[in-house]
Design a protein around this ligand. Structure first.
Ligand SMILES: *Cc1c(COP(=O)(O)O)cnc(C)c1O
Length: 397
């Protein structure tokens, strides 16, 4: 997830254009801004790139999720189906909407299992929020079918998988809304930033208003604008948006490089006994920020992680122990530790997150290792890396 690896002249030029006018705000300021609208430009380019009707830029991926939930009318008491393997931000956004996260099992795609979702649906289920994890797709077509059949809203968390696709269609365009992050470690970065995309003009208008205190953005005088809805402030600054424009221009280069590096490593380790790769519903659509593989059991996965560490292979993740990405280590969620009482505590039958059982997800996560794919590797570094990786994996197989 390495947009920051390739900052250059392009980012500086875009940012300087904003500094020259001094207009750091995305709306208004007429002639002073000399026709420079960085947020708006990024939105147009992103929508075009992803083949989506509309894009709205905001302050973070977490904000994007909150905007999508609010725009789709998801709030107090609604149940939202989520995966246990994600970044905690997905869960926070649901909780902050006043809604109830309901965990469902993942499968070997590392994302929500479409079959398993059926087991957690209740009369209160309003939406399904799959997360395209570690650069690649959930079984999104089947999840979409299920949502259509059951009358559920589909919102995609694509924060980790910008540039990924399923059968040529961009991730984020399958649901009512798709959410992206441009934080510092994502595929492209604004420093901080995020976006929602949608084909639905009504949803776009709501997202646009909600993320700026409900302003309808009609007319030149902010003080005289109408407020069709209540909102909040999830705006992005022009400085951040400017960085994003330059980064978006590098997306093709990023994807092409990642895919080449990933495939080289994948080919090199694919013959090693016991190494099985993550299930990709469409291999071509992998954005290739990570190479993820499963070992036969937890013991061997732990041994492999140890051997990879000893060999000096950096950027290896054993998510099962990771505090950020898997429910097993989310003690704050399990014990519901929050600075204020959470809205969902007002409902009698919200899930007891401490006693939730996810045996299938646990079994997958205990065996899973992901390797981060970097852009900056030279051919020699890649060769050296492969020697170390194959050595370590053979040690532990
Ligand atoms: C990074 C991330 C987010 C949140 O994005 P921020 O811009 O850091 O708020 C949400 N979901 C997933 C899966 C992420 O990886």
């Amino acid at each position: 997830m390495p947009g920051f690896e390739i900052f250059g002249e392009e980012e500086r030029k875009e940012v300087n254009e904003v500094l020259e006018t001094g207009v750091l705000f995305r709306y208004g300021f007429g002639p002073t801004r000399k026709g420079r609208f960085k947020a708006m430009t990024f939105e147009k380019e992103l929508a075009e790139r992803l083949g989506s009707g509309y894009a709205h830029l905001c302050s973070s991926g977490t904000a994007a999720l909150s905007i999508a939930l609010a725009s789709c009318g998801i709030g107090a008491g609604d149940e939202v189906v989520v995966p246990p393997f994600t970044f905690i931000a997905t869960i926070e956004a649901v909780l902050n909407a006043g809604a109830i996260p309901v965990f469902s099992e993942i499968d070997a795609t590392l994302c929500l299992d479409p079959e398993a979702i059926k087991n957690v649906l209740t009369s209160k289920t309003k939406a399904v929020l799959p997360v395209h994890m570690c650069g690649a797709m959930a079984d999104i077509e089947r999840i979409k079918e299920l949502c259509s059949r059951e009358g559920l809203i589909l919102i995609e968390d694509v924060c980790q998988s910008l540039g990924g696709s399923f059968r040529g269609k961009a991730l984020g365009t399958f649901g009512s809304m798709g959410c992206f992050s441009f934080d510092y470690v994502k595929t492209i970065t604004c420093g901080e930033g995020g976006a929602v995309i949608t084909d639905d003009r009504g949803l776009y208008m709501k997202a646009d208003a909600y993320s700026d205190h409900g302003h309808d953005h009609i007319g030149d005088d902010r003080g005289l604008e109408d407020h069709p809805i209540l909102g909040t402030n999830y705006r992005i600054s022009e400085l951040n948006a400017a960085v994003g424009i330059a980064q978006l221009g590098k997306l093709d280069y990023i994807l092409e490089t990642q895919r080449r590096h990933k495939n080289t490593i994948k080919d090199a380790i694919s013959g090693i006994p016991g190494v099985n790769f993550r299930n990709l519903p469409d291999e071509q659509g992998d954005s290739a920020t990570f190479l993820s593989f499963l070992l036969p059991d937890e013991g061997r996965a732990r041994l492999a992680v140890k051997e990879l560490g000893k060999a000096g292979v950096d950027g290896c993740f054993y998510w099962y122990d990771n505090k950020w990405h898997y429910i097993r280590q989310w003690d704050h969620l399990k014990k519901m530790v929050s600075s204020a009482r959470l809205p969902l505590e007002m409902y009698e039958d919200y899930p007891d997150y401490e006693s939730i059982e996810l045996p299938v997800s646990n079994s997958i996560m205990g065996r899973l290792i992901s390797m981060q794919i970097k852009l900056s590797w030279t051919e020699e570094e890649l060769d050296e890396r492969i020697t170390k990786i194959t050595g370590a994996l053979k040690q532990s197989s």
